[in-house]
Design a protein around this ligand. Sequence first.
Ligand SMILES: [Zn+2]
Length: 275
Amino acid sequence: MKKIVALALILLLCLPSAALAEGMELTLQASKLTLYQEDVYALSYSLEPNTGTRIYWTSSDPEVAQVDEQGVITALQKGSAKITAFTEDDAAKATCKLTVKKLNITPISATIEGNVYDGNYNPVSSGVEAALRSYCERLGDSRGAKIARAAVEKLGVSYDTMDCSQMAQAIYKANGIRISRTSGTQAEDMAKYERADGKPRVGDLIFLSFPSWRTCSCGEVCRRYRQVHHTAIYLGNVDGTDYVVDSSSYFGHVILRAYSGGTVAGMNIVFVAGK
Ligand SMILES: [Zn+2]
């Protein structure tokens, strides 16, 4: 196998350069790019003359960043990688030097803004809200990032104005995704987008059910889809803690909540889904 590869390489190298170039020029929108972990970035290109030739993409380090067949980069961890675009016959090629930075958010003020709670309904008393807002600003322009930012913009909105599923519905609708009105039916709508690995991505919906000792409003038997009674929007992992935005009947407004393990404020995570 190695021999064949080597032979192919030699053959390629031996081709006259004119045959390789053929005047085709592939240019990437950026030759250098810096992204933060979890950013999703669509790198565009131009091909002159544009013959409709298929463009292939590769990342020199898929652990740092992956690139799909459309040139959409997903930044995974701190480091650097070279994103290369090339035509099928290798007639044209272009690279982008990518740097992925760690999202390292440290609390930046000691103000209690009243919107952030830990997993046990206790307010988080540092500048976590400001840090999370700053984190959201630094996310890329993916749909997930837009959803996360839109969720943070709802902080403080009264529960009477928008309960958990109304909030999710409004934010998803603004981003071109239609889901129905209640958390149970939203769970049903989104079930086909369930994350197989169970790990939420930025902007995903998290569906929750009551713990077994707490009865829901359905009566003796829960009639909701997979017993889902609450929806939250996943914001991301900041300094090792996962955060969601949800409209809380307990607090009476939209809050940011930290969680760990399989629960959010005492409710069980049934599944997470994103599109
Ligand atoms: Zn129920």
